[in-house]
Design a protein around this ligand. Structure first.
Ligand code: AGP
Length: 611
């Protein structure tokens, strides 16, 4: 989704803006532009990737200055072309505005402006905002006040930045249901849709809350709410540096981020396993006290992490746990109350479907808890509490290390709830804490022994369909593995609960059909292993090519699988975290073998900030 950068300070702003937009490329976009103020306002914008904008700036240099805004656009209203690219101009080209989100009532506002004779160049909702701010600025002469008057009329989701050549050294921003953070420099200040926009210059940041405006100059930062009341923004320090957001020599961000999966789990656990117990010091214990139900909400990979968490939380805390897709939960009038804990899972913390569901849950009286990987993001700020995962920046659109960190955070939450309600024995708790602490090393072992997977991906490069089977906590892993194959290799891939096979999916089995099977541990107390091994026999008998992901030394699988990818012996509840890694690697290798863009797959964005 759209990337946003604002700058005021002594540097040439064009370079700062382009650098920031470059670090936000992973958000997915289809056009880009910058506006810079020296004595006058100058603008360049182009459809396509940043390289097209850089080429334009090369052939038609901008008059640089020390104030500016930059934008990468993910088209919502209007085709991705030069005219619809941001920034948008108004007030005779003296005002420039950029926007992330959707202004739901733009049509009526546009009609009002058209009736006043305003001429529009683009099809966008954003240009409407630009002309509205220009109209107010001409009346009141103050850019902050002008934007404040406008935002109170807008419905929907928006982050807006605006500059005016009559107000040099000032950038004004506003946000509702869309991301915006402040970067604090020495004699310079920044705005960004996330901290990657300015991480090269500062790690000192301020979070801007819902319905707030910010005015930055080189030496000041002022935040007010939409009613004009001063607000003290929440400071935070970004815990990763600019290099962490670069590939660091890896062939892709995804390869780098898979390699970081052990560290993501270790960092998410850090400081939270104390003397055989879980300590979530940043969480108000009252939030967990007296809950009688958990509803986990999320989208895509985040939802599958939630499904893994469900099994563990129910087993330890002995309270019912449901997992729902955010966009379904919000509109089905769920039966919930103030003893329901709604846990949102979101890497970006900006997924609009999940944000809207969280706001809805709060409005109907639920307690809300965010599991999020992005500090200062909107969803944590809209929640009663947050458990941050510490996977570091996840740049590749396909989520990998964040999934592991999300499962880790859900396990920490499940154990914390069980500690709170007393439904877990000290022995089970201590064993689980021990096994969680051992997980990073087991993940390293899986990654270190994954060379076979690359070879497999190469001989499967022409595969058109893959099926995946899993049982219990292996079932969400099958779904996650299928999603990765869809989004990276663009092939049909479907995950099933292994027990469902004979209820229909087995009809899909024909000679040569590739099936991944996540095999439960033979030590599993429910002896699901034997059931899954018989599933393997059933599909092998019909010609399937079976790739089993199974515990090291599981002799029961060997005679029936074409390939076995071993994972270390682990607690059965830890095994999904180990079994998913080969599927992440396989999807990445298959995409590479097909010559596809591993980091920015077609049609996808890293954060879906529109409904
Ligand atoms: C996962 O690989 C996808 N990129 C997508 O399903 C993603 O998990 C989903 O959009 C949720 O994103 P979030 O975690 O930032 O909320």
């Amino acid at each position: 989704m759209c990337g946003i950068v604002g700058y005021v300070g002594p540097r040439g702003s064009a370079a700062v803006l382009l650098g920031g937009l470059g670090r936000l490329e992973y958000r997915g976009y289809d056009s880009a532009g910058i506006a810079v103020i020296s004595d006058t306002l100058d603008l360049r914008k182009r459809a396509g990737k940043l390289v097209a904008l850089r080429d334009e700036l090369e052939s038609n240099p901008i008059v640089d200055g020390h104030t500016g805004i930059g934008h990468t656009r993910w088209a919502t209203h209007g085709a991705p072309n030069d005219v619809n690219a941001h920034p948008h101009l108004a007030d005779g080209g003296k005002l420039a505005l950029i926007h992330n989100g959707i202004i739901e009532n733009f049509a009526e506002l546009k009609a009002e402006l058209l009736a006043e004779g305003v001429e529009f160049l683009s099809e966008t909702d954003s240009e409407v905002a630009a002309h509205l701010v220009a109209r107010e600025y001409r009346e009141c002469g103050n850019l902050t006040e002008a934007l404040r008057r406008v935002v109170s009329r807008l419905h929907g989701a928006f982050t807006l930045l605006v500059v005016h050549e009559d107000a040099p050294n000032v950038v004004v921003g506003a946000r509702r249901n869309s991301p915006l953070v402040i970067g604090l420099g020495e004699g310079e200040n920044f705005l960004g849709s996330d901290v990657a926009a300015f991480i090269e210059y500062t790690r000192n940041a301020l979070a801007i809350g819902q319905d707030q405006l910010v005015t930055i100059t080189p030496t000041s930062v002022d935040v007010i709410d939409f009613d004009g009341n001063p607000v003290t923004p929440e400071p935070f320090e970004v815990t990763w540096d600019a290099s962490a957001a670069e590939k660091g020599g890896w062939s892709s961000f995804m390869a780098k981020e898979i390699s970081e999966e052990p560290q993501a789990v270790a960092d998410t656990l850090r400081g939270r396993l104390v003397d055989g117990r879980v300590e979530l010091s940043d969480l108000n214990p009252a939030l967990l006290s007296g809950i009688d139900r958990v509803v986990i909400i999320g989208c895509g990979t985040a939802a599958y992490a939630g499904m893994v968490g469900k099994y563990a939380i129910e087993q330890w805390a002995r309270i019912p746990v449901d997992v729902e897709l955010s966009h379904e939960f919000r509109y089905r009038d769920p039966v919930v109350n103030d003893r329901t804990l709604v846990v949102s899972v979101s890497q970006s913390g900006e997924t609009m479907d999940t944000l809207m569901a969280v706001k809805y849950a709060g409005e109907v009286g639920c307690r809300t808890l965010s599991i999020c990987n992005t500090q200062g993001a909107t969803i944590p700020r809209e929640s009663d509490g947050v458990i941050y995962t510490h996977a570091g920046p996840e740049v590749a659109v396909a989520s990998t290390k964040a999934f592991l960190a999300q499962v880790t955070a859900l396990y920490l939450l499940g154990l914390a709830i069980a500690q709170e309600n007393g439904n877990i024995s000290d022995t089970v708790l201590a064993d689980m804490v021990r096994d969680l602490a051992a997980t990073p090393d087991q993940l390293k072992t899986v990654i270190e022994h994954s060379e076979r997977i690359e070879t497999m991906a190469k001989w499967m490069a022409d595969t058109r369909a893959v099926l995946l089977l899993g049982r219990h906590v292996g079932y969400p892993v099958a779904l996650e593995g299928a999603l990765k194959l869809k989004e990276l290799a663009y092939i049909h891939a479907e995950g099933f609960a292994a027990g469902e096979l004979k209820h229909g999916p087995i009809a899909l089995i024909e000679p040569g059909q590739i099936v991944f099977v996540i095999v439960p541990s033979p030590r599993d107390p429910n002896s699901l292993n034997a059931k899954v091994v018989s599933n393997i026999q059933e599909i092998r008998a019909r010609g399937a090519r079976v790739i089993a992901i199974a515990e090291q030394g599981d002799a029961g699988v060997l005679p029936y699988a074409d390939e076995v990818i071993p994972i270390p012996l682990a607690n059965p509840l830890i095994e999904p975290m180990l079994a998913v890694v080969p599927l992440h690697i396989f999807a990445m290798e298959l995409a590479s073998a097909k010559g596809l863009d591993v980091d920015q797959p077609r049609n996808l964005a890293k954060s879906v900030t529109v409904e």
